[in-house]
Design a protein. Structure first.
Length: 456
């Protein structure tokens, strides 16, 4: 159960409980202090009433049936306050036995005995040693024979407040206040949590809408609370730095690929002048592979980190055009390209140029790795799925995630390749919000499935 301690609302709730408890205690003490300081007689009345109730609640009988004060019923500290007063006295009676403490003035004793049992509480003032004191006689309303009388108290303000607070404990007041305190703090914590969570959730939603492309998209901070603005500003600064680094990398790759194409073209022309046929073919093959790497690198640089312009396009028409362009190469290699597509349009939302780049790479890969196969199948499904099926060496299941990254080739590859074709396909599908699924072709080979999202 570690989750509450990681919540913002948990420390807030703890602070609320502690703060409210401190405020309640201080306000109670200050109220009693002001009340007692403005009226000396009120102080005597509060302390005398409190002691009377404490003594009544502590009346008990020992194992011999004799009346006594239960030491657990009244604090020794409070009793020490009273016993430190020479004038303090008390009397308690259960109707059969009477126990008293201190010196009870004769006049007070007469008052206690003269008061009828029908009067359950009676206050009286008396003079002793030249001082005026308050006395209180209580009769138990459930048992009129039980009588308690207290007098001669003259406690300090602090002692009176302590006695008053202690006397209300058995009445359950503190339990009620504690329940109110916890309930209030819990409600406040829930409200605070929702209050805090709302702007945080808004910032999170804004962050989730950022698609990772360096297009300058940032988290808006116009209505962000002041407490969250430093975090939003730091996040936006990090995005800006990532955008700048990504843009610099993309520009370098694009520039390098572009600058290499011209000398490679010249090199390819000059290789025809080599008289040794075997050496010439080897150099041409290497130059062609290098040109292919440059071309795919340039494609990847153009696709990476930019938002594509989407329109409604017919996937079937794009596939028909791409297949037609690759038929001559396939025939030259002794292959057939079989197109399976519905007659009706399969409309998706996307970039026709980007989809064509992905499809060209898939068909080229399929032809490149066909080996002894006779057919490459390109299939369009009405479920917005495009499949390119070959019967080449295939890709083991444990390598299928890796080959979607740049410059990664499968271990079963027996021919030269750039290792970027599937990476470009993955980049195109990511930009379209779709997915790439690599499966094993029945009988051997690789089936690449491009799954496009529903057209909106």
């Amino acid at each position: 159960m570690k989750w509450p301690f990681r919540s913002i609302a948990f420390p807030v709730a703890c602070l609320l409980i502690v703060g409210m408890f401190v405020v309640m205690v201080l306000s109670t003490v200050l109220t009693l202090g002001v009340f007692l300081s403005t009226n000396t007689q009120s102080g005597q009345r509060v302390s005398t009433d409190a002691f009377s109730k404490l003594i009544r609640s502590s009346m008990d009988h020992d194992s011999n049936g004799r009346l006594r004060l239960d030491p657990k019923g009244i604090s020794t500290t409070i009793m020490g306050f009273a016993e430190a007063e020479p004038s303090f006295w008390y009397l308690m009676s259960d109707g059969q036995e009477t126990v008293s403490h201190g010196t009870i003035p004769v006049s007070v004793d007469a008052i206690i005995n003269a008061a009828p049992s029908e009067i359950f509480a009676s206050e009286f003032y008396y003079t002793s040693g030249g001082e005026r004191y308050l006395g209180l006689r209580l009769v138990d309303d459930r048992n009129p024979k039980v009588v308690v009388a207290v007098g001669g108290l003259s406690l300090s303000y602090a002692q009176t407040i302590f006695v008053a607070l202690w006397s209300v404990w058995p009445q359950g007041l503190y339990h009620l206040l504690g329940l109110v305190l916890i309930t209030t703090a819990t409600i406040a914590a829930v409200i605070v949590k929702r209050t805090i969570a709302a702007p945080v959730r808004k910032v999170v939603d804004s962050a989730e809408r950022i698609d990772g492309l360096p297009n300058g998209r940032r988290i808006p901070d116009g209505d962000t609370p002041a407490e969250l603005r430093p975090m939003v500003a730091a996040f936006n600064t990090a995005l800006m730095r990532i955008d700048n680094a990504f843009e610099a990398q993309r520009n370098f790759l694009a520039s390098a690929s572009h600058e290499l194409r011209t000398p490679l073209t010249k090199l390819r022309i000059k290789l025809d002048l080599v008289k040794d046929v075997e050496v010439r073919e080897m150099l041409i093959r290497d130059a062609t592979r290098l040109a292919s790497i440059v071309t795919t690198s340039l494609q990847l640089a153009r696709l990476s980190g930019q938002s594509l312009a989407f329109t409604s396009v017919d996937l079937t028409a794009i596939v028909r055009s791409a297949v037609a362009d690759h038929v001559p190469r396939a025939i030259k290699q002794g292959l057939e390209i079989e197109l399976r597509a519905p007659q009706a349009e399969v409309v998706i939302s996307g970039s026709e140029a980007a989809i064509r780049v992905a499809l060209d790479n898939l068909i080229s890969n399929a032809i490149h790795h066909a080996q002894q196969a006779e057919t490459v199948i390109v299939e369009v499904l009405e479920t917005l799925t495009l499949k390119v099926i070959d019967h080449g060496p295939g890709v083991p299941a444990e390598e299928r995630d890796a080959v979607l990254r740049p410059f990664t080739r499968g271990i079963n590859t027996v021919s030269d390749g750039t290792g970027m074709g599937l990476a470009i396909v993955a980049q195109v599908m990511h930009a379209h919000g779709g997915s790439v699924l690599l499966e094993e072709t029945p009988g051997g080979g690789l089936t690449v499935c491009l799954i496009f999202p529903p057209h909106s």
